[in-house]
Design a protein around this ligand. Sequence first.
Ligand SMILES: [Zn+2]
Length: 207
Amino acid sequence: MSTSLQAPAPPKSPSQRPSSGGSALCPRCSGPFDRRSATCPSCQFSLATARQAFPFAAPPLDFVVDPARFLPEGAIEELQAPYHALQARFPQLALTLALLKLAPGTSPREFAFWWFNDAPGGSEERQWHLLLLVDAQSGTLCLTPGYALESAVLSRPWAESLSTTAATVVSQGLSEALRTFLTDARTLLDAHWLQTRAEQASPPDQP
Ligand SMILES: [Zn+2]
């Protein structure tokens, strides 16, 4: 299985723009994505492009989305415990584990980008949403974070965790891979928040 971290959704209103104004990566060409115009300056990919490709109603971003029943009986219940542990530490966090078989030729990153943007629900809480899409068609894992999670998730440790999850899908199956991912997510977010807090607490540079 291959893996991919990708840009979060473009802002839906100016107040939701990140203060840094930085850009993440385009779901199509992986170039810098201009969130202010919500369009990729390199390949012109945009949410409008994605909506043309997926002209149907986006389903809700539930905790587990597994319409084809890739997970064995009881697996969703087993995933609740590590998810609750994650939410006990980060109550604002919401997660979607999506196991799909996309149509041949569909880009999992573009599909995830569209879904993340157009799913029902407020864009305010979407800031803290994390979507892990496993596409059985292409054998790809794709992680899409909301803005509030972007700086934490678009990083090397998360890319490594995603690679480990992909390898675990092959070696030990989906259930075990997703359990490992949930445990990893808590560890990685903890480490990130601790680091952020330490940076904020450190005194300004001396002249
Ligand atoms: Zn692009």
